[in-house]
Design a protein around this ligand. Structure first.
Ligand code: FAD
Ligand code: NAI
Length: 463
């Protein structure tokens, strides 16, 4: 490797990049990782998955106590919100986990090149005043917030997800633009802490990409929780005056405009791949129409020796998808066979109840052929009922002829945990009968997965 500085240089230390770097080092490759943030871990650990879950967990406990849910279980408490401490535990979680990645880098002898990387050639990258040459370069630069044309994010009144995690006080009225994952998770946080929350969604349903029945049921549940939903509605303007915002909205199909007054506006209409300032052209690369770096099945770009993974590459923008691609790309670079099955990537919305799915929606499965569907309500699951968590259901979609499971959708308090068995079953090519005849511990929420699988052949026990 005479004049190469590294066997592998990873650009970006998010869940895609840091995992790729660790696996490459484990495989004996000399590895460096460029990261421009002050801390490792990318969007996920710094301003995404982890801090949002810290706020979701704490606000859920607050809501259980403050709204009288605990009192119903015989637990009477005088509750007071200490938002500063809540933010403190969020920051502690981030600090602990990002520090953990720094420890893992040292343990695996990965060099962290601090600064912004830009290509200067097919195998060279400039980081600050240093130029490094690498045999393999992995682009793992992630994504950032999609701006809404004409709306300026000031991180005070008009915030993106990062600003919404850090609001110093509970807004009186928060308007969320975009009823996707971020809008519903962070909207839920501030609703639980006392804000009135209105979600303005352009489409006629929340959560695009999820199973149709799940989307409808989710809307019902969020309405019941007090979230105001304005579906099939578009925002045509936002003006800020001091610490208030005025939004102009109108039906998506056109119609009479109206205005909404807000103390905070969260813009959460999606994320876009990060390639700005990377000088991809110097490496002979270009982005596709969606701004992503195109790759083949093995994560190779069109330029030999340059690879791409995670949010910057096509596919769902999820941390576990990025991580699995990180492992696979390093294994491919090392000459092994790294594979990610993109048909079986679970997705979870961490609201209460949680919403999770893996594989095909019922709509997509029906487009491919005849299906059988089994459903089981959480209300009939003994553990959920006992825990006063009646909302939701499990739905198993199987091929009508082969019985092979094509998709599983769950709304339940612990849907994010329950979906793992569905993903594993699908990875092993399971039939609904395989799940139905697997012994599930009692009493667990997971028994609802078994019952939904039994319902595929019309034979659940408890309904
Ligand atoms: P990123 O995590 O975005 O990391 C890329 C890194 O590259 C960044 O740190 C960036 O600073 C660095 N970088 C970019 N360009 C350069 C450059 N030129 N030079 C040097 N460094 C550079 N996903 C889930 O699966 N579960 C969740 O619960 C979840 N919650 C989320 C909550 C929020 C609020 C947000 C915003 C996202 C959430 N996500 C969640 C999505 C998840 O964070 C992303 O899918 C994941 O972080 C993508 O990983 P990545 O490694 O591709 O990129
Ligand atoms: P999203 O794509 O999930 O949702 C955006 C929503 O905004 C969609 O419903 C879309 O129809 C709507 N929209 C778009 N333009 C609009 C407009 N002008 N007016 C009103 N509505 C509009 O994107 P979101 O929530 O910003 O999250 C970005 C990504 O981050 C997600 O796709 C997901 O991959 C990731 N993420 C994952 C989480 C998880 O796994 N739990 C949590 C948070 C984020």
């Amino acid at each position: 490797m005479a004049d190469y500085d590294f066997d592998v240089l990873v650009i970006g230390a998010g869940p895609g990049g840091y995992v790729a770097a660790i696996r490459a080092a484990q495989l004996g490759l000399k590895t460096g990782c460029v990261e421009s943030r002050e801390t490792l871990g990318g969007t996920c650990l710094n301003v995404g998955c982890i801090p949002s879950k810290a706020m979701l967990h704490a606000s859920e406990l607050y809501d259980e106590a403050a709204s009288g849910k605990l009192a119903k279980l015989g637990i009477k408490a005088q509750v007071e919100l200490d938002l500063d401490t809540m933010h403190g535990q969020r920051r502690d979680a981030v600090k602990g986990l990002t520090g953990g990645i720094e420890f893992l880098f040292k343990k695996n002898k990965i060099e962290w090149l601090k600064g912004h990387a830009a290509f200067t050639g097919k195998d060279t990258v400039q980081v600050g005043d240093r130029t490094v040459r690498a045999k393999n370069i992995v682009i793992a630069t992630g994504s950032s917030v999609t701006p809404l044309p004409g709306v300026t994010i000031d991180q005070k009144v008009v915030v993106d997800s990062t600003g919404a995690l850090e609001l110093p006080k509970v807004p009186g009225h928060m308007v969320v633009i975009g009823g996707g994952v971020i809008g519903l998770e962070l909207g839920s946080v501030w609703k639980r802490l006392g804000a009135k929350v209105t979600v303005v969604e352009f489409l006629d349903q929340l959560l695009p990409g999820m199973d149709g029945e799940v989307r409808k049921e989710a809307a019902k549940i969020f309405k019941k929780q007090g979230l105001e939903l304005k579906l099939a509605t578009k925002v045509t303007g936002v003006t800020v005056n001091g610490d208030k915002a005025t939004l102009t909205i109108e039906p998506a199909a056109g119609g009479t405009p109206e205005t909404l007054e807000a103390d905070a506006v969260l813009v959460s209409i999606g994320r876009k791949p990060n390639t700005e300032g990377l000088a991809l052209d110097k490496a002979g690369l270009a982005t596709n129409q969606r701004g992503q770096v195109e790759i083949d099945h093995d994560f190779r770009t069109s330029v030999p020796g340059i690879w791409a993974i995670g949010d910057v590459a096509p596919g769902p923008m999820l941390a576990h998808k990025a991580e699995d691609e990180g492992i696979a790309v390093a294994e491919n670079i090392a000459g092994q066979t790294g594979i990610v099955n993109h048909d079986v990537i679970p997705s979870v919305v961490y609201t209460m109840p949680e919403i999770a799915g893996v594989g095909l929606t019922e709509e997509a499965a029906k487009e491919r052929g005849e299906v059988k569907v089994g459903k089981f309500p959480m209300l009939a699951n003994s553990r959920a009922k006992t825990n006063h968590e009646p909302d939701g259901f499990v739905k198993v979609i199987a091929d009508a002829k082969t019985d092979r499971v094509l998709g599983v959708w769950i709304i339940a308090s612990v849907a994010g945990t329950m979906i793992a068995q569905a993903a594993q079953a699908m990875e092993f090519g399971a039939t609904s009968e395989d799940i139905a005849y697997t012994c599930h511990a009692h009493p667990t929420h997971s028994e609802a997965v078994k019952e939904a699988a039994m319902a595929v052949t019309g034979k659940p026990i408890h309904i």
